[in-house]
Design a protein around this ligand. Structure first.
Ligand code: C2E
Ligand code: MG
Ligand code: MG
Length: 557
């Protein structure tokens, strides 16, 4: 679409195309307007069309005679108005009779000027007004619409949706988030240009399925579309129709839809879409379903998480978080001997009882509270190490978990060094567990950071190894001192009697010349098999569950 508004800023003088086959008419108009506008002239419809095509970015207005050779004025008008790139250029028709005035206005003319021409000031005023109106309209449309899809952009979408609610307070509405599965992979595969085509194809199909009179559509970001529409029960069918049209051009591309139906109007608009988004997120990693409705289960989760976040500060102040310790046993000798421990946080919540970290750690990783929590846990752990050193003559290292989010903190090493120093322990007392998936997200930065921690003397255990993230060619380069096999990996090996895989993973640790640590070991069978395969250390319920510090101390006696 042209943007006449830009003319305004590039050059105060706008350009007008005068298309009339009679020399005298062109001359009169040029004389009237030349002081205020740059004038281009065309002698027939064909020439006018050529000029519009080549100058569409600079022409602010067309003055169009209706009766011209080659292409008539009305035909040209309708051609221009039907093409997206030119339809924004205002056209004033030069007419001789009232009949054609009506037809021209219906075809898309902004205004008409009768022949013979009225006074110069009247002609100028009508031209000025037509240009001004069209420029204003363009500015509005540019800010409201997303350039790629022509749908509303985020901010205007919310405004329109709010306005809609105001005038239709009784209408039941649905909030929908629609997205493209694996968009990042598609970007790699098709490239940006093709993906832009994909986005506008989806936008076009959505417009067909959700017509303007009952839905407001928005291209939110990258691969996400928001739909706010009258409540209906046939979204699955609509999704199927859009997906089918997309599949014809982009074979294999899958769309997913999260729906919050019959929204609660007491809820802020944005939050209605947060709910639709949560329903959408439920589809992550689900290869069967393409549509999910927000339900009570998600609602309960939201309320629970909200409570955890709002209770966090008090919990830290009141020391509701407790660190438990789970022993690690060295099984390389005849009898297992304690060789270390892992610190695991627990939340003794006053009204929700004991909450496991699996519920709050991922949540706090997302909102940044994890930094405060980790500091707390590291401090408590270091203090316990110090205390046990004084009480027992045994010196065993304790590992703390370093959250994925921590890896982005450039100050991480300093924070850990401070903790070691403040508690008067040694760097070798505090082992660090870094989950395998952390290495993959931004490998080179993270590898550098871990390398730095290692150079400073920290012992690095790669946690959850085998949960399926790192590639084998990468593992050789990773800075690690121990491989901690993922619990689920061990479980599935025993369940499926597939010990080969277990042997392979232990061999990998061997190749890297680091000990293999198995966690989640629950039975004697598992223990014996792991011992036979050459696993060095074992952690799990078979020996002990994670215990409060005082109970754990009996292992040290
Ligand atoms: P992780 O680091 O892989 O910790 C091992 C998890 O396995 C612990 O769960 C532990 O209680 C559990 N476990 C140990 N042995 C057995 C067993 O024999 N059977 C079974 N079924 N489970 C066993 P937990 O304590 O619930 O921790 C879950 C995850 O939360 C941890 O996984 C870790 O990623 C994270 N986490 C725990 N404490 C902290 C912490 O202080 N800071 C951070 N950032 N993350 C933590
Ligand atoms: Mg761990
Ligand atoms: Mg683990």
């Amino acid at each position: 679409m042209t943007n006449p508004a830009t003319n305004l800023f590039e050059d105060g003088k706008r350009t007008i195309l005068v298309a009339d086959d009679e020399f005298i008419n062109r001359e009169i108009l040029s004389q009237m307007l030349k002081d205020d506008y740059d004038i281009i002239t065309a002698e027939d419809g064909e020439q006018a069309y050529e000029i519009i095509k080549t100058h569409s970015k600079t022409i602010s207005l067309v003055l169009l005679d209706l009766i011209m050779p080659k292409i008539g004025g009305l035909e040209l008008l309708s051609t221009i108005k039907n093409q997206n790139e030119y339809s924004g250029i205002p056209v004033i028709v030069l007419t001789t009779d009232q009949e054609s005035e009506v037809v021209s206005l219906n075809t898309g003319a902004s205004d008409f000027i009768p022949k013979p021409y009225p006074r110069q000031s009247v002609v100028k005023a009508r031209i000025h007004r037509a240009i001004e109106l069209s420029e204003d309209r363009q500015i509005i449309s540019d800010t409201q619409n997303d350039i790629i899809t022509g749908l509303y952009n985020g901010e205007y979408f919310y405004e329109y949706a709010e306005a809609f609610d105001k005038y239709h307070p009784e209408t039941d509405m649905d909030a929908i988030v629609l997205g493209i599965n694996n968009y990042q992979v598609l970007l790699e595969r098709y490239g940006k240009e093709k993906c832009i085509e994909l986005l506008s194809l989806i936008a076009g199909e959505l417009k067909k399925q959700y017509p303007q009179d009952e839905a407001i559509l928005c291209h939110k970001e990258m691969d996400l579309f928001f739909i706010y529409c009258h409540h209906r029960e046939d979204h699955a069918e609509k999704l199927q129709n859009v997906s089918h049209a997309v599949d014809l051009v982009f074979s294999g591309v899958k769309l997913k839809m999260g729906i919050y139906k019959q929204i609660d109007k007491n809820l802020e608009l944005r939050n209605r879409f947060v709910r639709a988004r949560m329903a959408y997120d439920k589809l992550q990693g689900n290869y069967h379903d393409y549509l999910y409705y927000f339900d009570d289960e998600i609602l309960k989760k939201i309320l629970f998480e909200e409570q955890l976040c709002s209770d966090f500060k008090t919990a830290i102040c009141e020391e509701q978080f407790t660190v438990f310790f789970q022993p690690k046993f060295d099984i390389t000798g005849d009898t297992p001997v304690i060789a270390g421990a892992e610190a695991l946080v627990r939340w003794r919540h006053p009204s929700l009882d004991m909450i496991s970290p699996g519920l709050f750690v991922p949540l706090f990783e997302n909102n940044g509270l994890i930094y405060e929590l980790d500091d707390y846990v590291w401090h408590k752990t270091a203090a316990m190490i110090k205390e046990w050193r004084g009480k027992f003559d045994k010196k065993i290292p304790v590992s703390v978990n370093i959250s994925r989010a921590e890896m982005y903190d450039p100050n991480l090493a300093n924070r850990l060094l401070n903790i070691v120093e403040e508690n008067g322990i040694e760097i070798s007392d505090l082992h660090l567990e870094i989950t395998e998936s952390a290495y993959v997200s931004d490998s080179s930065m993270i590898i550098d950071r871990v390398e730095d921690l290692r150079k400073k003397g920290f012992f690095i255990e790669m946690d959850d190894f085998g949960s399926g993230y790192s590639s084998l060619n990468m593992i050789g380069e990773l800075p690690i001192d121990a491989l901690k096999l993922d619990m689920l990996f061990i479980r599935s090996a025993f369940k499926n009697h597939n010990m080969k895989m277990l042997d392979i993973v232990i061999d990998i640790a061997d190749c890297l010349e680091v000990p293999a640590i198995a966690e989640g070991v629950e039975t004697e069978e598992q223990y014996l098999k792991l011992k036979e395969s050459g696993c060095s250390l074992i952690q799990g319920y078979y020996f002990s569950k994670p215990l409060p510090a005082d109970e754990f101390a009996r292992f040290l006696q």
